[in-house]
Ligand binder design. Structure first.
Ligand SMILES: Cc1cc2nc3c(=O)[nH]c(=O)nc-3n(C[C@H](O)[C@H](O)[C@H](O)COP(=O)(O)O)c2cc1C
Length: 344
């Protein structure tokens, strides 16, 4: 049986999830060599950096490449950060650091990034936090890319399908990283199994808590056309995460949703800041400004081997991930999937 991604040239029904801040070209190359769809997270890249990373991937691997962007709205004016900085003041004092210049802002998909997509002509463009305006979407399609949208509720799945996306990524409550919710007044984490029960007219890519071939087999038999794995690929050699974060992968650690690190709900391993402040605080400036004030604390602690102030984004499958190269991981997943299907 030829699956949806296989018709695009992939050898596995697997998308290596884009993971901004945690992985880049090296992971995409290794995943593509294994036969998965490789993804480049572009939310924090300039158009020039994007072009350079695409060239790096194309020089080293064949197969379908996905470029991933965010479609959030930048709050205008920029939010006041005083209440949040006051809450963090004891940590600045304890660590002996001072507020520094803000890190690069995560920017929504815009004209300049769209022009970079038109140049790069990727097989797939995926969007998190909704879709861009119609004129930009038309240009992406005009460049020959399939459009994937991310949904966190049945309502978002139907909304995206009604806009003729080529596939919907069903991001369950088990998923690591930012929840891409974009409809309704609040974040409503929905288990992946519930999302997969929603039948829509476009292919569904299951995401959240999937780390081995048996998980993939379950998602496919529940109606998904493919799967998207993030946390499983974080443990790969080619991801770019700091040592204290890597050390926690494959161990039994609690995860939870927090807005502390960016201003939007994302799932990660519970760390000191989440424990001491509580995972959700009103004082955090709106996304994407929430990460500014933490940057010097995070850098200082990471240099000291601690992830006390770092987003340790990971899904509920974190204890089961396996450390190996991403190419080998895709091969292992395919073998396990064949075995699980043989048993079914
Ligand atoms: C470290 C990390 C960073 C992520 N960054 C992005 C991103 O930049 N864009 C995006 O669409 N999804 C991002 N995600 C979410 C993934 O696309 C996907 O929904 C999730 O990893 C699936 O759940 P899993 O981690 O349990 O496999 C990220 C996930 C993680 C773990």
């Amino acid at each position: 049986m030829v699956g949806f991604l296989e018709t695009l040239g992939a050898r596995a029904p697997i998308v290596q999830a884009p993971m901004a801040g945690a992985a880049g070209a090296a992971l995409a190359i290794a995943a593509m060599r294994g036969g998965a769809v490789g993804s480049l997270p572009c939310a924090m890249l300039t158009p020039e950096q994007l072009a350079a990373q695409v060239a790096e991937v194309r020089a080293a691997a064949n197969g379908p490449l996905n470029l991933n962007f965010f479609c959030h709205r930048l709050p205008e004016p920029a939010p006041d950060e005083n209440a949040w900085r006051a809450l963090l003041a004891p940590y600045y004092a304890e660590e002996g650091v001072a507020p520094g210049p803000p890190p690069p802002l995560r920017r929504p998909f815009d004209d300049a990034l769209c022009a970079a997509v038109e140049q790069a002509r990727p097989a797939i463009v995926s969007f998190h936090f909704g879709l861009p305006e119609a004129s930009l979407l038309a240009r992406v399609r005009g460049a020959g890319a399939l459009v994937f949208g991310n949904a966190t509720t049945a309502e978002e799945m139907r909304w995206l399908a009604a806009r003729d996306v080529d596939a919907v990524i069903a991001q369950g409550a088990e998923a690591g990283g930012h929840s891409g919710w974009f409809l309704g007044p609040a974040h409503r984490p929905t288990p992946l199994a519930e999302l997969l029960a929603e039948k829509i007219a476009v292919p569904v890519i299951a995401a959240g808590g999937i780390v081995d071939g048996a998980d993939i087999a379950r998602a496919l038999s529940a109606g998904a056309s493919a799967v998207q794995l993030g946390t499983a690929f974080l443990a790969a050699r080619e991801s770019g995460i700091a040592a204290p974060f890597r050390a926690l992968l494959g161990t039994r650690v609690p995860t939870g949703f927090t807005n502390l690190f960016s201003g939007r709900e994302a799932q990660g391993i519970v760390n000191r800041l989440m424990r001491e402040l509580g995972p959700i605080r009103d004082e955090v400036p709106a996304f994407p400004y929430g990460s500014n004030a933490l940057a010097p604390l995070r850098a200082h602690a990471e240099a000291d081997g601690r992830g006390d102030y770092s987003p340790l984004w990971a899904g509920t499958g974190v204890a089961r991930v396996r450390a190996m190269g991403a190419e080998e991981l895709v091969g292992r997943l395919l073998a396990e999937l064949a075995q699980a299907r043989g048993r079914a």
